[in-house]
Design a protein around this ligand. Structure first.
Ligand SMILES: Cc1cc2nc3c(=O)[nH]c(=O)nc-3n(C[C@H](O)[C@H](O)[C@H](O)COP(=O)(O)OP(=O)(O)OC[C@H]3O[C@@H](n4cnc5c(N)ncnc54)[C@H](O)[C@@H]3O)c2cc1C
Length: 351
């Protein structure tokens, strides 16, 4: 699992800032790259692929043109390989919270950790919305959130020497229990059942670490979080075997899965339809706000199908349409990759 860094204070400059590293955002990097436009990509997830990687990495997709079958993760890997030549810059584990138009006519996008990206064009490829952690149904969580309770691991080092309690039974809970136990002072994994939903290899690894005394596994329900002034001291657990008891810890990481929410995009003054999707022109994929484009599951137009292949088509049209925003003084020529030495050079296959 990548250990993505936090934001930085410099302002990045690029042609297009893309919100969403789902399949459609990734393919947009390719279509923009063919036209010589560079992109930065922001996603709240810690890896690319959007729904494909997060919701169905091992399921087989059967309707990607020319691919007889391909899993969600394989499609993501291949898209990443295809766009590598264009050197997009990714900002994972960051949520795009604000955009503003600058006096120079360009957009400034800011993320929740303060990363600033200035671009000629904003491209929203936000799909079903930003993946947001599901919170446990416990009281007093807000007292500890961001201080000693976290829903994501941004930097492994943050947890060095901590007495960590991870709650959950899926991939994230297992991955981080396994990956943090070597830096944490103590690691407890709490799950309500002795059955885990993660990949078998990680489940086996976790049980191995339990046997080696490096992870303390508790099969129990969480009843309460205890502590004061933002600092967790313990979590009260309950199990049929042990009754009610306290598990000491100073850091709580609940990993109860993710849900998709439109999030900050709803506050940007862009017209939304009654299903919270963004209406666009089908010629350009521009929204009602000049310079802001939208493609993929989040855009709306008559006949829209929420399919990956539709998003790919939308990416090609969007790239050609937004070119004039980024390069107002340049003419755009339509070319095929098979016959254009210009495109072949960009793709590094000229010969
Ligand atoms: C179980 C399942 C099976 C499917 N099977 C198929 C199939 O067989 N064939 C097919 O064509 N389609 C299938 N789909 C649909 C397909 O996955 C979607 O059409 C596709 O993922 C849309 O791509 P996207 O890039 O538009 O959005 P998404 O994949 O939703 O990616 C959007 C990304 O944007 C990020 N994001 C949103 N807002 C923000 C923000 N403010 N800041 C930071 N990040 C943000 C999200 O975290 C997410 O990673 C399936 C979907 C599901 C759930």
């Amino acid at each position: 699992m990548p250990d993505a860094g936090g934001g930085d204070t410099t302002t990045h400059n690029t042609d297009v800032v893309i919100i969403g590293a789902g399949p459609v955002g990734l393919f947009a990097v390719f279509e923009l790259g063919l036209l010589g436009l560079h992109a930065h990509v922001v996603d709240i997830l810690d890896r690319p692929g959007g729904q494909c990687a997060e919701l169905y990495p091992e399921k087989v997709i059967l309707d990607i043109p020319s691919r007889l079958k391909i899993t969600g993760q394989e499609l993501t890997n291949d898209l990443m390989a295809q766009i590598a030549v264009f050197k997009p810059e990714f900002h994972f584990q960051e949520i795009a919270v604000n955009i503003e138009k600058r006096e120079n006519g360009r957009w400034l996008l800011t993320t929740d950790v303060g990363t600033r990206i200035e671009a000629a064009v904003v491209l929203i490829a936000g799909g079903g919305g930003s993946f947001t952690p599901k919170k446990p149904k416990l009281e007093r969580l807000d007292e500890f959130e961001g201080k000693s309770l976290f829903y994501a691991v941004r930097k492994k080092e943050q947890f060095r020497g901590k007495n960590v309690l991870i709650a959950g039974g899926g991939d994230s809970a297992l991955d981080w229990a396994v990956n943090l136990q070597d830096v944490a002072a103590g690691m407890t994994l709490v799950h309500r059942r002795n059955e885990f939903r993660g990949m078998q290899a990680t489940v086996d690894q976790m049980y191995g670490l339990v046997k080696a005394g490096k992870i303390n596994l508790e099969i129990a329900d969480i009843l309460r979080v205890n502590g004061e002034a933002g600092q967790i001291r313990s979590v009260t657990l309950k199990s049929a075997e042990k009754g009610e008891y306290d598990a000491p810890c100073d850091t709580l990481l609940p990993f109860y899965g993710l849900t998709m929410k439109l999030g900050p995009i709803a506050e940007w003054g862009i017209h939304l339809d009654d299903k919270d999707r963004i209406p666009v022109s089908t010629e350009t994929f521009e929204t009602a706000v000049p310079g802001i484009y939208c493609i993929g599951d989040m855009c709306a137009y008559p006949g829209k199908l929420k399919l990956i292949l539709s998003g790919f088509h939308e990416a090609a049209l969007m790239a050609h349409a937004c070119f004039h925003h980024a390069r107002p003084n340049q003419k755009l020529r339509f070319e095929h990759t098979t016959s254009s030495s210009n495109l072949q050079e960009k793709l590094g296959v000229a010969g």
